[in-house]
Each structure stands twice: as C-alpha cells, then as structure tokens.
Design a protein around this ligand. Sequence first.
Ligand code: NZQ
Ligand code: ZN
Length: 390
Amino acid sequence: MQGNFSYHNPTKLYFGDESLNYLKDELSNFGPVVLLNYGSGSVKRNGIYDQVVAILNEAGKTVVENPGVMSNPTLEKLREGIQIARDNNVDFILALGGGSVCDYSKAVAASVFYEGDYWDKFWLKQEQPDAGQKILPVGCILTMAGTGSEMNAGTVITDAEHTFKVGHVFDDRLMPKFSILNPRFTMTVPDNQMKAGIYDIMNHIFEQYFSDFDDNTSDYISEGLMRGLIVASRAAVKDSQDYEARSNIMWTATWALNTLIGLGKREDWMVHMIGHSVGAWTHAPHGYCLAAVSMAYYRRAMKAGLPKFVRFAKNVWGVNADGKTDEQIAEEGLQALKNWMLKIGLPLTISELGATPEMIPGITGGTICYPAGYLDLKPEDITAILQESM
Ligand code: NZQ
Ligand code: ZN
C-alpha cells in the first residue's frame, strides 16, 4: 500500500429505523438557536418534518426555518442562508434532506463567520477556513442515499449565473457532528432520484478504485462495496419498499465517500468534474450526469489502466477469464457494467438529460481538468467524451 496518511472521521452515525430517537440527546450538545434547512417540500409531504420539529420543540430549541434548499444548491441560496444565520445568531445547523441540503448546510456553516468573500476563498480558490475561524456545528438527518455528504466535508455549490458547479472538500472542522440515517426515510424518494443515487454511490467507488497499480487494501474494500451495491440495487429497482435493499444502499453510500476507501490512493474524480459541468448546464440529477458520461470515459481509462479493469471484471462482475486476452476480459467487465446500468434504467447519453451539441463548448469550459486516475485529459478530450456521450 502506497502513500502516507492519517485517518480520523469525527462524524457520529445513528443508523436504522429507530435512529431518529437519538436526535434529542444529540441536540443537548448544542446551543439554543437551530437553523433548520430543508428542501422543496418532500419532508412535509412524507411527515418527517413534523417528527423532527416535534423533537426540536421537546428539546426546547428556538427553530429558525430555511426551506427551499434546491437540488444542486445555488450560490444565491447560499448567500440567503448565511444572512439568515447571521441575523438570528444561530448556534447549530440541522440539515433535513438529501445531499443537497447536507452540502448546503456545511457551506453555510463554513461561511457565516468569514467576513471576506467566502465564494472566492472556499470554492474558487479552494482554501480552508483560517485557523481559529469560528464554524457552526452541523448535524444531518438524511432522507436520500447517494452522496455520502452525511459523513464527509464535501460541499458542491452551483453558481447559476455563470453556469458553473464546483465542489469544495473542507477539512475535518466541517464534518457533520452527527448524522441520522433511517433507511425508511428514503422510501419516498422518487424512482429517478433513487437510481441517480445508486449510480452516484457506484461512481464514488470508481473514482477511488480506478487509480494506481499497487496492491491496496482499499481496493478490496471497494470491491466488496460494489458487489453489495449491485445486489441491493437490483432488489431496490424491483421493489423500492424493500427495507433490506434500501438499508444496504444507504450504508454503502456512506462508506463509498467517507474517505476510507481513498486511503493510500491518488484517486481520479474526472467523471465527477465532467458530470458537474453537465449538471450545471442541464440541471439533471447528479448521478444521472455521471452515468451519462461514464462509458466514454471508462473506455479511455481502460486502455491506460488495463490491469485494474481486468481485476474489476473478474472480482466485481465474475467475468470468466479462461482463454481470453486481458483486453477481452476488461471489455467484458465494462459491458457487464453497461448492462447493469441499462437494466436499472440509468441514462447512457447526455442528450437524454437535455444536453445539445451547442452546449458542448460550455460544458467543456466548465470542466476542471487535471492529471487524474489513469488519464491526463485536455479540454479537447473532454469535448470528445461529450460528443461520444451525445
Ligand atoms: O427538495 P426536496 O423536497 O428535499 O426533494 C429532494 C430533491 O428533489 C428529493 N428527496 C430527497 N429525499 C426525499 C426526496 N423526495 C421524497 N422523499 C425523500 N425522502 O430528491 C431530490 C434530490 O435530492 P438531492 O439532495 O438534490 O440529491 P442528492 O442526495 O443526490 O444530492 C445531490 C447534490 O450533492 C452533491 C451533488 O453535486 C448535488 O449538488 N454531491 C455532494 C457530494 C459530497 N458532499 O461529497 C459528492 C457528490 O459527488 C455530489 O457531487
Ligand atoms: Zn457524486
């Protein structure tokens, strides 16, 4: 295993269909004024909002509400949340929703006490908050599985005015203090969002797995996560109310992006860079944007990282290697991935998401490029990938 690293994940998790029972105790660790961030109304329709507000009231909290955190949260909405937090002297932020609400809550938490231009410092310059800067604590009640935002310090924000979506991974200070993961809460997620979440999880694993050539414990953990996700995704697509499947998907999502399987790895993340730009232009669900560019990307990566793609074919998809060349084995692995994506109903083209040929220069321009994984892509390669994905 290569590399030097430290590992510390401070987020406390409560998992299972009784996990909300632990909210009241957790709240006692934080101050009296709670900013409750949530999305466009699903938590009111499915009753989770009422349960959470009842607990906040029992705990004696003053609740400041900030509804309307949209999917793929915008810079404009971030500015609004920061202002609300400042105006109300908020002590604690509670995120109630999917990855968008969790990301957004961390973004507000990082920026409330920063007096300069937070967008420029944290997202454009990718800097961390200065030592000693006050940061609000965040807790998450997750209602949708996919991003891993519940146990990481990632925050992805869209500057809608400039059609630019960018993520920043903060340091440990922005990790949620706790996250409540009740798989039953995910049962009302619309079908397309459930599938987008499933592919987001799979792609987070790919982004870490498809890099380097050394033997690394992280890759064995990744293979186990992928195999479990394939089983659970098939069951959930057949029956979205299958608790066993939904609980395994939720738990896999957390482990796919809580830094564990990236240890000792250079990692890739170029499918995410392209996918974020596709998302800024099409507003399609994040996981769909990743799925739609994946085949064109991994066909290229396969040539440069052949041994890992052979291993992927054998260990994840059970491809029989007898009498075949490495190229044939790796190609069968990618075909198995494509078949799985088709079977669960994921989009394989960006035109299905509303992208047009006229958008390609803009999507290319918004894609952050760097040497990553097995490839060192230039803007012209991104354009070619997008054209192949039309
Ligand atoms: O607006 P609401 O009412 O909350 O509805 C949401 C939204 O429309 C709905 N939903 C969520 N839980 C539901 C539900 N509907 C019914 N019942 C429920 N229980 O689903 C829709 C999508 O929610 P959203 O939070 O946007 O999805 P997701 O969890 O995929 O988050 C996407 C955002 O996370 C970022 C993405 O770029 C995107 O902005 N990411 C964050 C990452 C991180 N923190 O590490 C990594 C990821 O790669 C990703 O980039
Ligand atoms: Zn993702």
